[in-house]
Design a protein around this ligand. Structure first.
Ligand code: 6XA
Ligand code: ZN
Length: 343
């Protein structure tokens, strides 16, 4: 299968993120995607291709123009305010419930308006990387639209936590949602399967009331895991979208047998929906040695994951999401793609 990749992701290189009460070295770093690209080349899984430019329109089908404008100018405004030695814009105040709020054009006010966490810094190259990531996802969608059986969008930064007007969870633009909407606009019927350790709250929100896009996610129980506020089993869609969302939260410590059951459950629901294209939010932070997550999948389980996804017999677009074990990320990502391809 073709892999789409842009080296613009290298420009998004935040040094630190703020969580658990302190600044930590960032885990969502350029080396992740570089390791994955190297494994794909080493395993000979197909060509690695540069994306095409799709312009703003497909992004604006998913995101509010206010968010897009903000992301494009946030770092400049941050620097104007705090100077060149303040490398990353991180919010520190939010318009919280219970307080009457006013919004100004000040960078702190706008950061608090659009960000939902403190772990998603905006550095100088963030916007260029995020925009290239959307083009990577759209180029993979175009390959699928032109008849490819599968494609891998090596998107970085990831996307599944970003919604129409909010960014966070290391995500700025929702790559998979942009690709799914583009495919829907071409007359296709997409289903989204999110296998990242964390619930894809942004993707869920974008399609929650939509009858035409199915969303299912297998993830750590949000009662104990990020993103904390969404991803519970009783969220099933609303209005015209009722029944078109399926959440499968699993406990910390989950190993392959229970995970596989969840995967079969998700794929049975997808089959019932009857899509003609499958998009997979491929997060690899379910790995047993992931530094920020608590599932226990082993390296070989990822071959099986790819094979099970292949068994849906649908044109399949994988987009890269989380996964932070630098030593294993290339291997386990390639295992999924190879498991799919060799089946
Ligand atoms: C921030 C945790 C962000 C998780 C990002 C991720 N405390 N999402 O991997 O899939
Ligand atoms: Zn994740």
């Amino acid at each position: 299968m073709k892999t789409f990749y842009s080296d613009a992701h290298l420009r998004h290189d935040p040094p630190e993120e703020f969580e658990m009460g302190r600044l930590h070295p960032a885990v969502e770093i350029p080396l992740r995607a570089e390791r994955v690209k190297a494994s794909i080349i080493q395993r000979d899984l197909g060509p690695v291709m540069a994306p095409e430019e799709f312009g703003d329109e497909p992004i604006l089908r998913v995101h509010d123009s206010d968010l897009v404008t903000f992301l494009g100018e946030a770092h400049d405004h941050w620097r104007e305010k705090y100077g060149d030695d303040a490398p990353a814009a991180i919010p520190s105040a939010w318009p919280a419930r219970g307080l009457k709020e006013r919004r100004s054009g000040h960078i702190e006010s706008r950061l608090g308006t659009f960000a939902f966490d403190t772990a998603t810094p905006i550095v100088k190259g963030t916007w260029a990387a995020a925009r290239a990531g959307a083009n990577v996802a759209l180029s993979a969608a175009q390959a699928i639209r032109s008849g490819d059986r599968a494609a891998f969008a090596l998107t970085r930064p990831p996307g599944h936590h970003a919604s129409a007007d909010v960014f966070g969870g290391y995500c700025y633009l929702n790559n998979i949602a942009i690709a799914a909407q583009w495919l829907a606009d071409q007359g296709m019927k997409p289903a989204i399967l999110d296998v990242d350790y964390h619930h894809g709250n942004g993707t869920q929100c974008l399609f929650y009331d939509r009858p035409d896009v199915f969303f299912t996610s297998i993830h750590a129980d949000p009662a104990v895991a990020f993103p904390h506020f969404l991803g519970f089993a009783d969220e099933t869609g609303e209005g015209m979208g009722e029944g078109k969302t399926l959440n499968i939260p699993l406990p910390e410590g989950t190993e392959w047998p229970a995970y596989e059951e969840g995967l079969f459950h998700a794929l049975a629901a997808i089959k019932k929906f009857g899509p003609d294209v499958l998009l997979v939010s491929l997060g690899l932070d379910t790995y047993e040695a992931d530094p920020i997550s608590r599932f226990r999948l082993k390296q070989n389980d990822y071959f099986r994951m790819g094979a099970i996804i292949e068994d849906a017999k649908l044109p399949t677009l994988f987009t890269f999401e989380g996964g932070y074990n630098i030593d294993a990320i290339g291997t386990i990502t390639a295992n999924v793609l190879q498991g799919f391809q060799d089946t």
